[in-house]
Ligand binder design. Structure first.
Ligand code: CA
Length: 221
């Protein structure tokens, strides 16, 4: 079945270009220019992914994203006109899965759409790279348990639950403190470094934790 991509963008020149590329990439495309109309559309005809501009008439992208999250886990790529805004958005925990800054290349957008939809396909349990046993706070890779500190476990599971999503240091710090762990902002990087080292022993050829320059970390599966 062809995936449907909903493009919510009020600049018609831009949405036409995006729609062309996304259609050429083999997806069904729906374009809506108004935030409130987009919310209704998402409720009635659930798309497979939403490309969402922030500045919109009717209802802004941020509010729309929050409202969609109350009833749907549909992947959302948020588009902003200012690169500085991405940092602020990460801090707000908008619920978006990825962020793009204008002007972006339509090719890059299509690549992100493909990557997100690929991740959506749930791998079979025995195909999974790792599994997390919450009651015992254990992470296993190919049935071998990793020897993680409580902080490493906390950071790993926080990121693993939302693969592909960028987690800022502040968000990771917040996860650790929810687990009553005493971690400082600066220490996050060294915990991640240790975590990577432990992961690489069992998975020498795979990079699971990626750094996103200036923003934070993401787990890619
Ligand atoms: Ca706009």
């Amino acid at each position: 079945m062809t995936a449907t991509i909903l493009i919510v963008e009020d600049e018609s020149d831009l949405s036409a270009i995006i729609a062309d590329y996304v259609t050429a990439a083999g997806y069904e495309v729906d374009v809506i220019a108004d935030g409130r109309a987009a919310l209704t559309r998402v409720k009635h005809r659930s798309p497979d992914l939403i490309v969402l501009d922030i500045m919109l008439p009717g209802l802004d992208g941020l509010s729309l994203c929050k409202q969609v999250r109350t009833f749907s886990d549909v992947p959302i790529i948020m588009v902003t006109a200012r690169v500085e805004e991405i940092d602020r958005l990460l801090g707000l925990e908008t619920g978006a899965d990825d962020y793009l800054c204008k002007p972006f290349s339509p090719r890059e957008l299509v690549a992100r759409i493909r990557a997100i939809l690929r991740r959506q396909r749930k791998p079979d349990d025995d195909m999974r790279l790792f599994n997390i046993d919450e009651p015992t706070r254990t992470v296993r890779i190919r049935s071998q348990a990793l020897d993680l500190t409580p902080t490493e476990y906390s950071l790993f599971t926080a990121m693993a639950k939302r693969p592909g999503t960028i987690h800022s240091r502040a968000q990771l710090l917040d996860f650790a403190s929810r687990d009553n762990l005493d971690v400082t902002d600066r220490a996050i990087d060294s915990h991640i470094k240790n975590l990577r080292r432990k992961l690489s022993v069992l998975l020498p050829d795979v990079e699971i934790i990626h750094s996103v320059y200036g923003l934070g970390y993401r787990i890619e599966l």
